[in-house]
Design a protein around this ligand. Structure first.
Ligand SMILES: Nc1ncnc2c1ncn2[C@@H]1O[C@H](COP(=O)(O)OP(=O)(O)OP(=O)(O)O)[C@@H](O)[C@H]1O
Length: 250
């Protein structure tokens, strides 16, 4: 479980996160949604230490990440898998080397052990045999899957994913969502996904935090979001005419 308490973050005069608290449970897909610029990615980065919050704390199963030194954070970092925007694969490395990158950094495993793990992760994302391809030879959906394979290579307890569906067609998006969903379940991970994909919200949103102007405006499940009376959430979720029509039938 991850708990965030009263997270504040400014960039100069720009006060982005204005005191956000929340709980992210094990084995669940926790979604952070909200309009562009509401602070979703900033919150995710504060949680993993890519930004330092100005105030507040982030607790990984009770361990206060924000109060630890860089050296002390390494143990928690090893338990974190990340897939950030654009998959962030290393273009000059093969698929296999991309997946082994965290293992090279954080473990003393032999090359055979690392290869075995990379092959397992590749098969888990249905990309067996693609070891020697370079990122430039992959489709957007395949890149995401390689990114997921790399993110799970260390068998993380916590998985952070920023915009997994960006640039993907609707069907490929669903495949990626289902993969994240299955892996979360299988490894009982605490998964935190930033998204503005409404299919993801409805499909895998077991716990949803809705941010507006740097604050937590609403929290609930995908079942609850369709029936909330919160006007900001409604404006966001049912922005399109299609979504409004679908809502009539819910
Ligand atoms: N490194 C940074 N330096 C300065 N300002 C930043 C930085 N990162 C984010 N911001 C600012 O913080 C605000 C929130 O940005 P953030 O990327 O967290 O929003 P978001 O909700 O993820 O948006 P989007 O959905 O468009 O990706 C924006 O005003 C942005 O300009």
């Amino acid at each position: 479980m991850i708990e965030i308490k009263d997270i504040h973050k400014s960039f100069g005069e720009n006060y982005v996160l204005k005191g956000i608290s929340g709980l992210f449970q094990d084995g669940r897909n926790n979604l952070i949604i909200g309009g562009s610029g509401s602070g979703k990615t900033t919150l995710l980065k504060c949680m993993v230490g890519l930004h330092e919050p100005d105030d507040g704390s982030v607790l990984y199963d009770g361990r206060d990440f924000t109060r630890l030194s860089n050296q002390e954070r390494i143990e928690i970092r090893k338990e974190i898998g990340m897939l950030f925007q654009n998959s962030a694969l290393f273009d000059s490395m093969t698929v296999e080397d991309n997946i082994m990158f965290p293992l090279n950094m954080f473990t003393t495993q032999s090359r055979e052990e690392k290869l075995e793990r990379a092959n397992f992760c590749l098969s888990r994302v249905n990309l067996e045999g693609k070891n020697k391809l370079f990122p430039s030879e992959l489709s957007g959906g395949m890149k995401k899957r390689v990114g997921i394979a790399r993110a799970i290579s260390m068998q993380p307890k916590y998985l952070f994913v920023d915009e997994p569906n960006s640039g993907l067609d609707p069907l490929t998006s669903i495949v990626i969502d289902e993969l994240i969903n299955e892996l979360t379940d299988e490894y009982n991970m605490t998964t935190v996904v930033v998204t503005h994909d409404m299919n993801s919200v409805m499909g895998i949103g077991e716990n949803i935090l809705f941010l507006a102007d740097g604050r937590k405006e609403w929290e609930g499940s995908n079942k609850e979001i369709a029936h909330t009376n919160n006007p900001k959430v409604n404006d966001f979720v049912f922005a399109s005419k299609f979504a409004q029509a679908a809502r009539e039938k819910l």
